[in-house]
Ligand binder design. Structure first.
Ligand code: PGA
Length: 251
């Protein structure tokens, strides 16, 4: 199973900056990228084609969309479809990110519908889950993981190629705060995630990648990536500069 080193650029970068960052990243990483690692960037919609252009022909480099809606086309002002993402060069979609859940108001049901729909339409999907600090303090980590996962994959075809689905465990309190989760907390949450995936998908769950996200930096990535059940990372702030993300990808 290849480790997936993913970047979420959120609402940052214009087209010129996205192109140059992706080109620099390719230059810094492509000769040294180990066989068992892949790079994935989620730029804003407006820059997907630019990142795809920068990565064109490079082995192990992928592009994704940060969101999409539940129809191929139609009167849905402001929305974008999986086929439009694919047309722009994206092979992946992201669902359930905490900012979409907590800032944009997406609930478990919508996240689940988007996850199943994107997969059906031929995107690979990275589904994000994770508890808030109040939920952690209230002893609800397992309950949140179980609930978000069950709802997130409710309508996903159980015959799915497991390489097409990734789950990112991102504790909300660690996102953008500089407060990375501790090794024990990560191993515990990833173990619970694997257990629930096994219950939902059977043995093939061992091939679904579980990424950690939340304040990953060049200085902490090697410790995190070597933990049990950590099959990659999803990086926000530290992915915006090519040199910092290159260190993470190779770290
Ligand atoms: P961060 O963001 O690396 O800036 O904490 C992670 C994310 O939002 O996916």
């Amino acid at each position: 199973m290849k480790k997936l080193m993913a970047a979420n650029w959120k609402m940052y970068k214009n087209r010129a900056d996205a192109l140059s960052t992706a080109q620099e990243l390719r230059k810094l990483v492509s000769d040294k990228l180990p066989e068992d690692r892949e790079v994935l960037i989620f730029p804003p919609f407006t820059s997907i084609d630019r990142v795809a252009e920068a990565f064109s022909g490079a082995q192990g480099f992928h592009v994704g969309g940060q969101d999409y809606y539940l129809h191929e086309e139609g009167a849905y002002t402001g929305e974008i479809s999986p086929s439009m993402l694919k047309d722009a060069g994206a092979g992946w979609g992201l669902t359930g990110h905490s900012e979409r859940r907590h800032v944009l108001g997406e609930d478990d049901e919508l996240v689940g519908q988007k996850t199943a729909y994107g997969l059906q339409q031929g995107l690979n999907v990275c589904l994000c889950i994770g508890e808030t600090i109040e939920q952690r303090k209230g002893g609800k980590v397992q309950e949140v993981i179980d609930r978000q996962l069950a709802a997130g994959v409710r309508n996903v075809d159980r015959d799915l190629d497991p390489a097409r689905l990734a789950v990112a465990y991102e504790p909300v309190w660690a996102i953008g705060t500089g407060e990375v989760a501790g090794s024990e907390e990560i191993e515990e949450a990833h173990g619970l995630t694997r257990k629930k995936l096994l219950e939902l998908f059977g043995d093939k769950a061992n091939e679904i990648r579980i990424l950690y996200g939340g304040s990953v930096k060049p200085a902490n990535v090697s410790g995190i990536i070597s933990l049990d059940n950590v099959d990659g990372v999803l990086v926000g702030g530290a992915s915006l500069a090519s040199d910092s993300f290159a260190e993470i990808v190779l770290g």
